[in-house]
Design a protein around this ligand. Sequence first.
Ligand SMILES: Cc1cc2nc3c(=O)[nH]c(=O)nc-3n(C[C@H](O)[C@H](O)[C@H](O)COP(=O)(O)O)c2cc1C
Length: 170
Amino acid sequence: MDTWDAIRSRRNVRSYADLSIPDDQLDRILEAGRRAPSSKNWQPWDFVLVNDRQQLAALSKVWRYARHVAGSAATIALVAAVQPEQGQEILQYDQGQATMSMMLAAADLGIGTGHSAVGDQALARRVLGLPEDRTCTYLMALGYPADRPLAPVQRPDRRPFDEVVHRGRW
Ligand SMILES: Cc1cc2nc3c(=O)[nH]c(=O)nc-3n(C[C@H](O)[C@H](O)[C@H](O)COP(=O)(O)O)c2cc1C
C-alpha cells in the first residue's frame, strides 16, 4: 500500500480474524513507533508487545471500551514515566505521534488497529509487570480485520474539509 492509501485506509478495527501476525511485521510496526519524532528527541515511550491469549484477556478488562483487546492478534501497550521530564501535555502529544506512526505502518501491511484508553491502571501494571515508576498510557490492539480488508474509506466520518481548513487567517 502506498502512504496515501495507508492514511485513507486506517480505521478503528475492533474485531479481528483468527490469524496471527508474523514477527517481522510486528517488529516493523514497533520500529515505526521507535522512529517517531518527539520534543527534544526525549522519546518518552516504551512499548510492551503482548500476544499471549490469557494476558490479552486480562488486559481487555482495564477499561470498559477495551474489550476488543481480548480478540486481537497482539496488542501494544504504550508505557510512560509516571513523572515525565517534560510534562504530560508534551508526553501525550509525542505518544500520539508514535501511535499514529505505528497505526500507519500496520495499515500499510493490511493490519487493523484499535486504540484503547486505560482505566484500571493497577490491573494494567500487574498484567504488564511494570515497575513503580512507569504507567500504561494506551493500548493499541492489532489484527487482520474480521469484516473486510483495509481499503481507502470513501466517506470518512469527519468534519467538512472547508470547515476544518483555514488559509492564511482564521
Ligand atoms: C486518544 C484516543 C483514545 C481512544 N480510546 C478508545 C477506547 O478506549 N476504546 C475504543 O474502542 N476506541 C478508542 N479510540 C478510537 C476512537 O473512538 C476512533 O479513533 C474515532 O472514533 C474515529 O474513528 P476511526 O479511528 O475509525 O477513524 C480512541 C482514539 C483516540 C485518538
